[in-house]
Design a protein around this ligand. Sequence first.
Ligand SMILES: [Zn+2]
Length: 375
Amino acid sequence: MSDVFDLTCALIARPSVTPDDAGCQQLIGGRLAAAGFHCEHLRLGEVDNLWATHGSGAPVLVLLGHTDVVPSGPAEQWASEPFTPVVREGVLYGRGAADMKGSVAAFVVAAEQFVAAHPQHPGTLAVLLTSDEEGDAIDGVRHVARLFRERGQGIDWCITGEPSSTARLGDLLRVGRRGSLSAKLRVKGVQGHVAYPDKARNPIHLAASALAELTARHWDDGYESFPPTSLQVSNINAGTGANNVIPGELQVMFNLRYNPHWNADQLEAEITALLDRHHLDYELNWHRSGEPFYTPEGRLRSVAREVLAGFAGTPPEESTGGGTSDARFIAPLGAQCIEVGPVNASIHQVDENVRVADLEALPALYQRLIERLLA
Ligand SMILES: [Zn+2]
């Protein structure tokens, strides 16, 4: 089997459930150091990060990935052991096969081959890996980006290997991501007997009109290739379980996925004003997962379009869909960011997998991108 296949299997066999790196970055750092990369292992809290560079100065091209994986879930539901790589009918199975140990292995092989062919390339080729993408994402790339800012480390282009493809390798180029903002709302009332509502204050009734307005609100019509901003209530809880008790409190959780029309400050201010208009007694706790980012037409996007079209036969769909990724922390440094990776149909699922043929094509795809940008 090929180098990228063997390396992917070696990474899958390390059960690096977030934020445990389980030795993945030592293995990768050893290989990149042998290829002439300067490797810096940044242990931040519980999290391992690897910053490996070759060459110096601008332009700086970063290959961004993560070595951690989500938990396997019940192992008995898998057709084979989640952390034992197995091939069945041309498909490699194992936790992380698609998200994103295959891409990380392909980064390493592509980087090795590129610097062997172009030892004096202009600028800097860098690989940035973290073991905290799937978890809290606090001491991972978020923290590393802060260090970069302090050091004045610029980044021109960033290619994230997140599994972006939908049906065929290279059929989709991700050029941005929506922002994500979560909230926990506690609406306070006064508990009492349902037969004596005048002696109680029902937080469900008090909140109902505010929630109706919140969920019916039209936020925007979308932004360039972004879909409209959406608010979804994910949890709602109140009541003691008894049918004769007015509860004293209502708890609601909701999340917004938003496009660059908005930032978190503006959304929080809008929603706070809405709740205040309904005269609620409430507590509201926000969690900002990341602002949206968008890479408009430019060198990185046009190069990637051409390379992917050469691979897939037709130009890729250019999309901003999906969840968030660590590119949200790199984009604010002024970098153009794209995401290109294998088919994402099985990620985070039981029997996660990648087609062996796709895996073996990935290093050449990344190498062509690097060559177009740095050779
Ligand atoms: Zn991922």
